[in-house]
Design a protein around this ligand. Structure first.
Ligand SMILES: Nc1ncnc2c1ncn2[C@@H]1O[C@H](COP(=O)(O)OP(=O)(O)OP(=O)(O)O)[C@@H](O)[C@H]1O
Length: 260
């Protein structure tokens, strides 16, 4: 797995020793700090993600989740510390970000090196159940379809690391459940590492091998999720994990549950 190393823009700020790329990690973050206007949003953060691992990242609004994801994606390099990520990585955001003047298949291939043909896009679109929309204009897609097209654009890059920033946040409840199942299937089929930023504790427990809670600029808490798949919220262990993570996010259980 080829690796990208994101080092600080000012090498003098770099820590004395850098971690070396390791096939045992899909992501290695060492002593990462990112400040805005002199205020560190990420403050000496360490993180390892194994190849093929599904990690969900929770945290209060404004705690720095998207900032971390953008750094892993290589979209923000104004950092201190070291970030090692696979060269093959792809991102999908909450907004599908399709160019309205390009047909769906051209959006899927956007920015890919070489000149891959329509069939390559069509295959990725088929994987997300959207082959029939290959030649459509983005404005004719529903919200869920546009989000699936955005996923196809990520998949066509054959990523070793898939970065998802609230990809289901704008979808209605039913479409969201379908999209979650699709991501679960794709992850199992592709075997890539996934880092999913989400506000939804249930989504994190449904999908992830490990849930991280970000707070104070670091990973403040982590919980391995050992429930067998496919998972359902009816599992009694599910409610316990959900409550535990909500507590870590500063949300207390209602009084009657707390005293039960
Ligand atoms: N380009 C920027 N310039 C200045 N401040 C920024 C910039 N990007 C992010 N921030 C600040 O950094 C903090 C973390 O932002 P970030 O978007 O990473 O949070 P988040 O955890 O993803 O929040 P949310 O859950 O609400 O999406 C916020 O206080 C935000 O205002």
């Amino acid at each position: 797995m080829a690796t990208d190393v994101h080092r600080p823009m000012t090498p003098t700020d770099a820590p004395a020793s850098h971690p070396v790329p390791s096939p045992a990690s899909a992501v290695r973050v060492h002593g990462l700090t990112r400040s805005f206007d002199g205020r560190p949003v990420i403050d000496d953060l360490h993180l390892d993600v194994r190849p093929g691992e599904f990690v969900a990242l929770l945290g209060r609004s404004g705690c720095g989740k998207s900032t971390l994801l953008r750094i892993l994606a290589g979209l923000d390099r104004d950092i201190e510390g070291t970030v090692l990520v696979p060269r093959r990585k792809a991102v999908a955001f909450q907004a599908p970000r399709l160019l309205p003047w390009k047909r769906v298949w051209r959006n899927v291939l956007l920015g890919l090196p070489g000149k891959p043909g329509r069939a390559v896009a069509e295959q990725a679109l088929a994987e997300v159940g959207l082959r029939h929309r290959t030649g459509a204009w983005p404005k004719t897609l529903s919200g869920g379809e546009a989000q699936r097209a955005s996923l196809a654009r990520a998949l066509v890059r054959e990523p070793d690391l898939l970065l998802l920033d609230e990809p289901f946040g704008a979808l209605d409840a039913l479409t969201r459940i379908k999209a979650q199942r699709l991501v679960d299937e794709l992850w199992q089929r592709r075997g890539c590492a996934v880092l999913l930023v989400t506000h939804d504790v249930e989504e994190a427990v449904l999908l992830a091998d490990r849930v991280l809670v970000m707070d104070g600029g670091v990973i403040a808490y982590e919980r391995r999720i050992d429930l067998e798949r496919p998972r359902g919220i009816a599992d009694p262990r599910f409610a316990g994990l959900r409550e535990e993570l909500l507590r870590r996010l500063g949300v207390e259980a209602p009084a009657e549950t707390a005293t039960a």
